[in-house]
Design a protein around this ligand. Structure first.
Ligand SMILES: [Zn+2]
Ligand SMILES: [Zn+2]
Length: 67
């Protein structure tokens, strides 16, 4: 059995914080103070999964004009 109170990320260090996003308890090394979230959540929050590459858009070409 694992002892509750260990970091949910590394499972080695003692948990000091509780992530507000996922509820995981994490150690200081896996805690993002500014975001009040664990590092996995903080990485997701810090870099939203939004590919803003205009060349990757899959819109149909504007080539259906009728003269
Ligand atoms: Zn940890
Ligand atoms: Zn989290």
């Amino acid at each position: 059995m694992s002892v509750s109170g260990l970091c949910g990320v590394c499972e080695r260090a003692e948990a000091r914080h509780t992530c507000r996003t996922c509820g995981r308890v994490v150690c200081n090394d896996h805690w993002n103070e500014s975001l009040a979230a664990c590092t996995p959540c903080a990485e997701g929050l810090g870099s939203p999964d939004d590919p803003a590459d205009p060349s990757a858009r899959d819109d149909p070409p504007d080539g259906f004009r009728i003269d």
